[in-house]
Design a protein around this ligand. Structure first.
Ligand code: SF4
Length: 72
């Protein structure tokens, strides 16, 4: 996989059920707060993409989208 310009991550709040699997996979990108909200960093660096993809794959609700990464 290759990074394109400005890779970004987003979470569909309509789908997210706050299971927290993403935090386990990518603690540097996701954080479940005590108030029950999910915080995440949307701008990805090259070091982030592997854990970001792992988090997206592990999300039981398929709520995580990553844009800017290609399979080329
Ligand atoms: S794993 Fe998916 S459903 Fe669970 S908190 Fe993360 S984004 Fe939400």
């Amino acid at each position: 996989m290759k990074l394109r310009k400005r890779p970004r991550l987003s979470v569909n709040n309509e789908r997210c059920e706050l299971f927290g699997t993403c935090q386990w996979e990518a603690p540097g990108l996701f954080e479940l707060e005590r108030n029950g909200r999910l915080r995440y960093r949307s701008r990805l660096t090259e070091e982030d993409w592997e854990p970001a993809v792992a988090a997206a794959r592990s999300c039981p609700m398929q709520a995580i989208q990553i844009k800017g990464i290609s399979d080329e």
